[in-house]
Design a protein around this ligand. Structure first.
Ligand code: DGJ
Length: 725
């Protein structure tokens, strides 16, 4: 009897299990193909379609040419927690009645062609029971193959809901192997590229730093499929998050090898309460799929960035002289004027006055005081900023100035007046970084103050042509004296909404002022902030040897025209190497010209002349990365102009390994054209000559490796200029 019931029980279990799994399998494969939703660019397609329960499935993400006919589910398009999905969900909500589950069904979708290049598709999802809505928004930029994904969450329930997880992008893959590259680092050591194979389980790369949130990791990744990422072949997805606050990217591989990639704001301590009738808008994740490796992906991102992700992407950027590394806080009017006097003769077009020009009660003579007190220090600058802009005007260069409008020092008049304007936790000791505190921009009064800081400087000094906007600390003790207790978790999101509004107001009021996005180096480099700026400061580390790697990293997503590279004394490297590295991006200098030797001055003057000639190729051309410094003792990169009549090649020796005569295969040239090749920016020979003719070659020969490098020592470099005959 006992045996029989065991047999019946076992059979029933097997039957149920088999049918259950079979049902799961059948459900997994069903697609309502008639209701397919296609998002496409010139090279890429993403396909969605509902299953038999009207739940939206992701069907395909990849090359447009290879869109398969046998469509399969990759996974639910926007997974939600609390019901039948048992991995990390894109969305997790507690509804107004305490229900912890969300079940999204497809309502409808619509596509609108905004112009020849941009199509916006909106997919409307609604909870099966609650009046709770999720709209997936996809902006497809045809030519640049960028798909920008964001999400709008709307509560039409009669009470508040709380959103705990909120990915901007949710993508699923079913492939054999995945390789993730992250861009990690710290202050003065940004954008180190580290690639690893993803294994079953979850890998998270994130930032919880709140503000200046990219100090330890840029919000970007590469996901190579099948094999590690390569420059010119293989499937790779490049993604960069247009958001300056904390972020989280998670990569979870399930037991069947399926990968769920979720990207968005970091949900850590950031749950959002959404009131009835309110919406919660998530930032954009920008993705490019490439089946030709990272090179074409980067070229697409760089062009997209110039068109949509920055200001002034099609205007030549000026060569600037900055006083920071030349003087730090130790300057006065005379010293500054003497600094930029020689600048014009050398060819500089802009002088940038950095930190230290402000503070009366507490003069800013070091980084312990004065942030918040934006009146000119009368001891250093008795005749105000005007004396400086006039002097710059007289010698014929533009003048720019440094500000840090989101911060204060406890030793400042601002903090004395408004101790409750800072981000801090009640009943906890203040915690400093660089001796300063973040201002709480979630408080509209504070945000208005920060706007006034910048607006006043620019309005009172209409001759200022450029500002460097700095932000030198991230958030610890993340509390707001302004937000109500139940809304404390809104701080970082509200801060950034206010920050972007204030940046936009500055741009609206002062549309001709060029602006550098800086955050103690690369603490804030993303396409949302950059959209208000004309360039960014990649790192405080200006050692050109390190910059070869840093610039290589940023070039994955950002264009050379937006990337500031300065010749400085950092690392005490040969000045030629410094210039050759800076010339491959937007060039500038942070040196006291009076301290340069006669030879260095001559060399600098010539290098600036050379840069002005090649500037349109570097700033407006197409970049081809040739030799990675990560895998070789040398590194090479090149730019080609639009009609392939001009190109410039930069070659750097980064390790002390003699690799003898090496051929460098160029890219992107017209194989049928003949190019004369000249090495430029050489240390002058006995006759003062700084160029050397290398010869004339066809584009084909050059792309097959006709150009040789004879570099054999670390810190040596060559620049080649190619001109079609
Ligand atoms: C950090 C920036 O990255 C530097 O270039 C400089 O502006 C300092 N701040 C000034 O405090």
């Amino acid at each position: 009897m006992k045996k029989l019931s065991l047999f019946i029980f076992a059979s029933a279990f097997l039957f149920h299990a088999t049918v259950g799994f079979a049902q799961e399998k059948e459900k997994e494969q069903y697609i309502d193909a008639a209701r397919k939703i296609l998002i496409e660019t010139n090279n890429t397609a993403i396909l969605f379609a509902p299953d038999q329960d009207n739940r939206l499935q992701q069907i395909y993400y990849g090359s447009k040419e290879k869109t398969p006919s046998d469509l399969q589910h990759l996974g639910e398009a926007y997974t939600s927690g609390g019901s039948d999905f048992y991995y990390t969900p894109a969305l997790r909500v507690v509804h107004s009645d305490g229900n912890t589950s969300t079940l999204l069904k497809l309502e409808k979708s619509e596509s609108k062609k905004v112009d020849d290049n941009l199509t916006v598709t909106k997919i409307y999802l609604k909870d099966d029971y609650y009046p709770f809505y999720v709209t997936l928004v996809f902006k497809a930029y045809q030519k640049e193959n960028v798909i920008a994904q964001s999400v709008l969450i709307t509560n039409k329930e009669d009470k508040m809901v709380t959103v705990y997880n909120f990915a901007s992008s949710s993508l699923s893959f079913k492939k054999d192997k995945y390789y993730l590259t992250q861009f990690h680092g710290e202050w003065a050591d940004e954008m180190n590229m580290v690639e690893e194979e993803l294994r079953p389980g979850i890998k998270i790369i994130d930032s919880k730093l709140g503000v200046r949130a990219h100090e330890m990791r840029n919000p970007s990744f590469l996901l190579a499929i099948g094999a590690p990422a390569k420059e010119d072949s293989g499937e790779v997805i490049g993604a960069t998050f247009a958001w300056s606050g904390s972020f989280s990217f998670s990569f979870e591989i399930d037991e069947k090898g399926r990968l769920y990639a979720l990207s968005g704001m970091n949900p850590f301590a950031a749950q959002r309460l959404v009131a009835p009738g309110e919406s919660f808008e998530l930032p954009e994740m920008l993705t490019i799929y490439s089946n030709n490796g990272t090179g074409s992906m980067s070229r697409d991102f760089q062009m997209w960035g110039r068109k949509y992700g920055m200001r002034g992407g099609f205007q030549e950027h000026t060569i600037l002289l900055n006083n920071w590394e030349a003087t730090f806080f130790d300057f006065d009017e005379q010293k500054l004027i003497s600094l930029f006097k020689g600048a014009k003769e050398l060819g500089f077009e802009l002088f940038l006055l950095d930190d230290g020009w402000f503070g009366t009660k507490y003069p800013r003579n070091n980084d312990h005081t004065s942030l918040g007190d934006w009146d000119v220090n009368p001891k250093k600058l008795p005749n105000g900023i005007k004396a400086l802009t006039d002097a710059a005007d007289n010698i014929g260069i533009d003048f720019g100035i440094w500000v840090e409008p989101e911060m204060t020092n406890p030793k400042s008049e601002l903090y004395e007046k408004h101790p409750d304007w800072v981000i801090a936790q009640k009943h906890r000791p203040l915690h400093f970084r660089r001796n300063q505190l973040n201002l709480d921009l979630s408080n509209p009064e504070v945000a208005e103050f920060s706007f006034q800081v910048v607006d006043k400087i620019l309005t009172q000094n209409p001759d200022i042509k450029f500002i460097k906007w700095d932000a030198n600390r991230f958030v610890t003790n993340g509390g707001s004296f302004y937000l109500k207790p139940e809304f404390q978790s809104h701080l970082i999101y509200d801060y950034h909404q206010a920050l972007y509004k204030l940046m936009q107001k500055v741009v609206d009021r002062h549309p001709n002022v060029r602006m550098m996005l800086c955050s103690g180096g690369g603490g804030r480099v993303d396409y949302k902030s950059l959209s208000y700026f004309t360039e960014y400061w990649p790192s405080d580390n200006t050692d050109p040897l390190k910059r070869v790697y840093i610039q290589w990293g940023y070039s994955q997503f950002f264009p050379a025209i937006a990337t500031a590279g300065h010749v400085t004394h950092w690392g005490a490297r040969p000045i030629k190497f410094c210039f050759d590295v800076a010339m491959s991006v937007r060039m500038g200098m942070d040196r006291d010209l009076a301290k340069l030797s006669k030879e260095e001055l001559e060399f600098s003057k010539n290098a600036i002349i050379e840069y002005k000639r090649i500037r349109p190729i570097v700033q407006f051309g197409t970049q081809y990365r040739l030799v990675s410094p990560y895998e070789n003792p040398h590194s090479a990169t090149m730019y080609v102009n639009d009609n392939k009549s001009k190109a410039v090649v930069f070659l750097y020796q980064v390790k002390d390994v003699d690799f003898g005569e090496k051929t460098i295969a160029l890219k992107g040239l017209d194989s049928g054209k003949k190019y004369s090749v000249r090495e430029i920016n050489r240390w002058p020979d006995a006759t003062g000559n700084t160029t050397m003719n290398i010869g004339t070659f066809s584009g084909k020969q050059l792309m097959e490796g006709a150009l040789n490098s004879s570099l054999n020592k670390q810190l040596t470099s060559s620049v080649f200029e190619l001109t079609a005959e």
